[in-house]
Ligand binder design. Sequence first.
Ligand code: DON
Length: 308
Amino acid sequence: MAELGRIVTEIVEELRPAVERGRVADYIPPLARVDPQKFGIAVIDASGAAHLAGDAEEAFSIQSLSKVFGLTLALNLEGSEIWRRVRQEPSGSAFNSIVQLESEQGIPRNPFINAGAIVIADILVSRWGRYAARQALLDLVSPLVGTPGGLGIDEDMAMQERETGFRNAALANYMRTFGNLHNPVDDTLDLYFHQCALTMSCRQLAEIGGFLMNGGTDPRSGRVVTSVSNARTIMALMMMCGHYDGSGAFAIRVGLPGKSGVGGGILAIAPGLASIAVWSPGLNAQGNSLLGTLALERLVQKTGWSVF
Ligand code: DON
């Protein structure tokens, strides 16, 4: 769509000067010092063309967006077996909530809340060990990126995640008491913190998301990343759970499967049409990018891409 370039430029021009931008995550210094004025958008359409505006080629911390890639690997490894250890339902709770674990026998509601992503990390550690699992994540995403540079794991970020990750440690220990963590807590958390510390640009994120747009197959290389059925499962979960207790509002406002991260990134997929990444570091009350959500809302208004 030739107009897409104009549309993303218009969105950035309209929203970039916004005064109300939400609050940048400040639980660790490397996130707190990110410039709140940053704003980028990248759309990769079905033909593979990239439409970029703003800071679309600057790397940022993808944080919880990495939960999409962890889930992809776990589904590739174990298929539907994973649903014995994590459910497929929205939580309606904050991303780092522990409350449901007590009455639900240590089985997290879904793979996109922290507890669920820690179980997924545990599955990957069981298969590869904590170091090779990191590499497996990188090996999943790196070949999908058409533009090298900036993609990697920020070690300092991972270390600071670990030093402040008391709540994630609580979730992991608590699940271990129910037998739903099979590896030493430190090993599983080490992978979880490193995956949260993945960095990449909007452009790279949208390039990676191409496999979801395209039924599990990387549209550039034709390589099968995951099955059609897994891609559907991942996108259904993104729609229902990708924004935690803000998922319902996101589905209504944007109408696309989307996953957010506390670094201010969102990946949204218009199945068969586009893979979209936005980045604005200021967050709303649910920890999702405030301007990023608005940008997606505008994009869908202008393109008619809502799945509803
Ligand atoms: O584990 C955490 O709490 C953070 N490293 C990531 C959380 C996150 O991205 C939540 N998303 N909005």
